[in-house]
Design a protein around this ligand. Structure first.
Ligand code: FAD
Ligand code: SF4
Length: 355
């Protein structure tokens, strides 16, 4: 699919300004999923008194395994305790009482569907609308059922009862997953151990099949990875920052002036290229709505959009894999696929979405 001015808004949503960069605070970068941009912005908003709390989500390891829950951070350390990407179902808006009872203004981080939910519920809830004064959206290809990460960890022989903390991804480029044990030891393994299944849409959430918002189009500021060749060898991971309104532009400028963020020019076309595979796949909602009934999934009718043959085929593969991983009888076979075969399958899938 080709990107041009006429389809820019369809793919990326409304944009006032577009830049690429990272947090200038090394500690924030080390503890974050990518360039630490999101945590840096939250800390700046808190420390400059523009909000009193940051509504985010935190991952904990408890007696029942991995658990992600909404959380209101009120200082730097609390923001950093929630840093990182969580590939599990979690809704920052699920604890409405906690939000309602919080005495002050909030900034909120969320996936595109969370921010869309915020828009919807705040139409009838004036208090919520006034409480959340700035939204930060994460780019999102899709999310996965808990079963995927728990199976990946179990197959590596990890006993979650011995784990104190887990991070899905840290570090440069593709990153590594980290396990911190209760006895103080730590180990890491390539994020790919999880992402090679995730990228093939095994164990994808049903609601992701119905979603076409990749870049958090309703956020004030949207952040995502910039998988561009020019950043591949760099020792700092760069993120794209899409500023959607005046407020977002102001915050970014303030932070650059205060020496908290490094930002440099980048075009919307570069963001499209960097996200092309996941983004064009995500936007193929029309194809999903047409093919989903053959797999027993419900996807409401979607407006017709140009869908070349390769996206029909990629959508077919995506639905096969989603369906396969919902089958109690056959899902175990997914983990029996030899790694080279899985890798070849992924290459074919990626190739189809890259044309
Ligand atoms: C399910 C999922 C899918 C993603 N898909 C893509 C993609 O296709 N392309 C891409 O470029 N980027 C994707 N990202 C975003 C990317 O992984 C980084 O989160 C983003 O670039 C911000 O990096 P950072 O270092 O600035 O964030 P950090 O400074 O680490 O801050 C991340 C913030 O996000 C919050 N958060 C983490 N996970 C969730 C969640 N599940 N729901 C709500 N809030 C959460 C945390 O509480 C934290 O405050 C995805 C993230 C998730 C969670
Ligand atoms: S793909 Fe859409 S529905 Fe799924 S987690 Fe991402 S934003 Fe939410």
């Amino acid at each position: 699919m080709r990107f041009n001015e006429s389809n820019q808004e369809f793919f990326l949503g409304p944009i006032q300004a577009c830049q690429v960069g990272y947090s200038l605070d090394p500690e924030i970068r080390v503890r974050s999923a990518s360039g630490g941009m999101v945590s840096s912005i939250l800390i700046h908003l808190l420390e400059s008194g523009q909000v009193e709390g940051a509504l985010c989500v935190r991952l904990r390891v408890g007696p029942k395994g991995l658990k992600a829950a909404p959380y209101i951070a009120t200082d730097r350390e609390e923001v950093l305790s929630a840093a990182g990407s969580i590939y599990l179902e979690v809704n920052p808006l699920s604890n409405r009482e906690m939000i309602k009872n919080f005495p002050g203004r909030l900034a909120m981080v969320g996936l595109p569907c969370h921010l869309e939910m915020l828009e919807r519920i705040s139409q009838d809830d004036d208090d919520l609308r006034q409480k959340i004064v700035l939204t930060l959206g994460l780019f999102c290809g899709h999310n996965s059922r808990r079963e995927l990460i728990e199976t990946v960890l179990a197959r590596r022989g990890v006993d979650l009862e011995e784990v104190a903390a887990f991070r899905f991804r840290r570090g440069l480029w593709r990153g590594r997953s980290w396990l911190h044990y209760t006895d103080g030891k730590a180990e890491n393994f390539p994020f790919q151990a999880f992402s090679r299944y995730q990228n093939l849409h095994f164990f994808t959430l049903r609601r992701c099949l119905r979603c076409a918002d990749h870049c958090a189009e309703t956020a004030d500021l949207s952040v995502g990875d910039l998988w561009a060749q020019r950043f591949k060898g760099k020792d700092i991971k760069h993120s794209a920052l899409l500023m959607r309104g005046e407020r977002g532009v102001e915050v970014a400028q303030e932070m650059v002036s205060a020496g908290k963020l490094h930002l440099e020019p980048c075009t919307p076309g570069e963001v499209f290229q960097a996200q092309k595979r996941a983004l064009t796949c995500h936007k193929s909602l029309y194809a999903r709505s047409k093919l989903a009934p053959y797999f027993g999934f419900r996807v409401p009718p979607a407006a017709k959009t140009p869908t070349p043959w390769n996206h029909w085929l990629a959508t077919f593969i995506l639905l096969v894999n989603a369906k396969w991983s919902y089958s109690p009888r056959f899902k175990k076979l997914i983990f029996k696929l030899p790694k080279p075969l899985l890798q070849a399958y992924l290459l074919v899938f990626k190739g189809l979405t890259h044309i």
